[in-house]
Design a protein around this ligand. Sequence first.
Ligand SMILES: NC(=O)c1ccc[n+]([C@@H]2O[C@H](COP(=O)([O-])OP(=O)(O)OC[C@H]3O[C@@H](n4cnc5c(N)ncnc54)[C@H](O)[C@@H]3O)[C@@H](O)[C@H]2O)c1
Length: 389
Amino acid sequence: MNNNISRKQFLQYTASAGAAALLSSLEGFAAEARQQKLRVAIIGCGSVSNRYIPHLQSSLFIEIVSLCDIKPERAEAQNKQYNVGAKTYPHIDAMLKGAPFDMMVTLTDMQEHGRLNKQALLAGRHVWSEKPMANTYAEGKALLDLAKQKKLRIWGAPAVVNSPQFAFMNKCIQEGKLGKLASAHGQYGHTGPTWSAFFYEKGGGSMPDLGVYNMATLTALLGPAKSVMAMLSIVKPERTVDDKGTVKVEAEDNAHILMDHGNGVISHVMCGFNFFDPHGHEAGNQSLHSIQIFGDKGNMRLIGYDWETNGVILDDSWDQAPKLLSTDKGGYVWQEGATKVGESLINKTEPVINVEHALHVLEVIEAARKSSATGMKVAMKSGFKWPLM
Ligand SMILES: NC(=O)c1ccc[n+]([C@@H]2O[C@H](COP(=O)([O-])OP(=O)(O)OC[C@H]3O[C@@H](n4cnc5c(N)ncnc54)[C@H](O)[C@@H]3O)[C@@H](O)[C@H]2O)c1
């Protein structure tokens, strides 16, 4: 049996999850419906758009006005499937000249993000970008500088800091429930996407696709990384994917990353495209933990994944059993980032998600590549305001 996640399986799953998100979000916002809506344009109408489109549609503050894909039939198909009623475009140039919009949501191949995000900012649009927001830290920093110069906003996925489980773990740490912090571990993997080659090409890899979630969670909980060491490898030199057939794997499909957060705190992330995990994308029932944090007075385990959270086990007693706490997702879903930042633009509030944090994680990925190639520990330049809340 093939345990990879097929495009068809993912589409089937995302359609039902989208309907649930639509209902719960509509209930939440009904009382506060406003006239003014943020006009959103989506670029990249592949797999992940099946999650983003229904979630954005669930907001009373947002209207999807344009859909764009270099495979134009995909933009048209999504327009029809989700009754979006948007204009569709085969190229970003046409979209920027077409129906007016306020924020671009970038859901294309990872390697295209930096270039497209820059074009949108230059054209005066806010940006929410799937990860990574650029191919290098320098390119990402230049995007932020450009946004600031043009009085625009740019944000990058993931949205892991939005979950109630993140807030709970953050509070436990900040209140000293774990005592003196020492070590943490995060892991995320599956057997790899089967639909598109870009995940395996240069600029792709398991770090920007998967490890990025744990890196975001651990740096947000423990503080910015001061330095990084890593070992990366390619376990399967070739992959067969829907769009290009058999391709050479150029980016790491197996990665171990160590981060030094200062004050003696060290964390470890492992991620890869060769991890058997029957939960895969459909991780709702995962009852095991994927994140652990240890201090000298307690430890915590995040049940599920930081992007699909099912609760937190807190173990801080010598004589009582560990407690399963914070089991309510409170409506959190991993695809909510664009909706939340879009609503923050309309409501003039500041979201928890913060672009300096996304940039910092991008630098961790770059540092890990450098460390693995050279065998050296790599010092980090960037930081972000911490703690986040
Ligand atoms: N699929 C998932 O489960 C998932 C989950 C979370 C995040 N993401 C992220 O979302 C992004 C997209 O992933 P995906 O799985 O949807 O990929 P995909 O291959 O299914 O879709 C990408 C789409 O972008 C289009 N595209 C590429 N370059 C373009 C350009 N220059 N202009 C317009 N369209 C362009 C492609 O034609 C394709 O339709 C990646 O950054 C990925 O890491 C994916």
